[in-house]
Write a protein that binds this ligand. Structure first.
Ligand code: AVJ
Length: 318
């Protein structure tokens, strides 16, 4: 199997350098969540999805298990383009249903080439007759390059849309819209606004896995940019931001400290207790999903939730 590459390893390193340089010299400091996911970060995220407190993954899986055949019937998709292709259990629910309804091609898109090829080869082996075309790309930058014939379904699952600000969502949804024809559709998984205690617990679990996941971004920077962050010198913080209706993860410096980023020739000062934002995870109301989709040129045609009303799956069309 061949991967189509729009991203070279150097491009990723360059993007990391630019993000870290900008984020650590900003006031307040920030780091984008996309850099959590090296091998260790991806393992930690998988562990998170199994935590009792972290409901989104199992809720989304329940919705897909119940609705995949309906989605197949409504879209009649011949190509599935999956942005940020995950490890696959949820993908398989979609592939099973779409496959029975005439799916021909699966295009998993992800930044991490190695992982992607592995996952794609497994799927190709399990679904004989399905064409699998993995694409290594940054779906925020290379959307227009991603192919897919007529009747395509673009899926963006997992609630990852919550990592974007409203402005970023508008840009992203509009860019996808630009690649869709009249018979195409967009499927989005989004977490819903709910009781604050449950939300915070989901991002600050008892066993500290999310805290380790959060600190992992510092290890990624150490490894790739010759930095000397001491991850243990930062506390994990998760809080609900009610104005923006998003969860924020932060790292709070336990002391006054200097960190050296060798590859950027940069020294960064942290005050005692200084907080650096590492992720937003927006939670939605159905009205908001509908209005944002409309503003980006779609009609929301279906919105499903799990029986508890925790998570949503939305089908939208041009
Ligand atoms: C993979 C982005 C959907 O926002 O819930 C899990 C990442 N962060 N715990 C989320 C995450 C902390 C997750 N997404």
């Amino acid at each position: 199997m061949r991967i189509e590459h729009f991203l070279k390893p150097e491009d990723l390193e360059e993007a990391l350098r630019a993000d870290v340089a900008a984020g650590l010299t900003a006031e307040p400091k920030t780091l984008p969540p996309k850099w959590f996911y090296d091998d260790r970060g991806s393992e930690l995220f998988t562990e998170i999805t199994r935590l009792e407190e972290y409901y989104p993954t199992r809720r989304e899986r329940a919705i897909l298990a119940a609705r995949a055949p309906e989605i197949a019937g409504l879209t009649g998709a011949r190509t599935l383009v999956e942005l940020g292709a995950g490890s696959g259990e949820k993908t398989r629910l979609l592939l099973d249903a779409l496959g029975a309804a005439g799916l021909e091609t699966y295009v998993p898109v992800d930044v991490s080439g190695d992982y992607l090829l592995d996952a794609a080869e497994k799927i190709a082996a399990e679904y004989p007759g399905l064409e699998v075309h993995p694409v290594a790309a940054d779906y925020e930058r290379h959307l227009s390059l991603i192919r897919g014939g007529p009747r395509k379904l673009v899926a963006f699952l997992g609630g990852t849309i919550g990592n974007m600000t409203p402005e970023e969502r508008h840009t992203f949804l509009s860019a996808i819209r630009g690649t869709l024809g009249a018979d195409d559709a967009l499927l989005i998984g989004a977490d819903l606004v709910k009781d604050e205690k449950r939300l915070v617990r989901a991002y600050d679990d008892e066993s500290g896995v999310t805290a380790e996941f959060n600190r992992n971004v510092l290890r990624v920077i150490n490894g790739h940019l010759d930095a000397d962050f001491v991850p243990e010198a930062f506390d994990h913080v998760a809080l609900w931001n009610p104005e923006n209706e998003w969860i924020e993860m932060r790292l709070r410096s336990r002391t006054r400290q200097e960190v050296r980023i060798g590859a950027l020739d940069l020294s960064v000062h942290f005050a005692d207790g200084e907080e650096m934002r590492t992720e937003i995870s927006a939670k939605f109301r159905p009205e908001r999903l509908e209005s944002e989709l409309e503003a980006a040129g779609y009609a929301l045609t279906d919105l499903w939730t799990d029986p508890e009303g925790d998570f949503s799956l939305t089908l939208a069309r041009p």
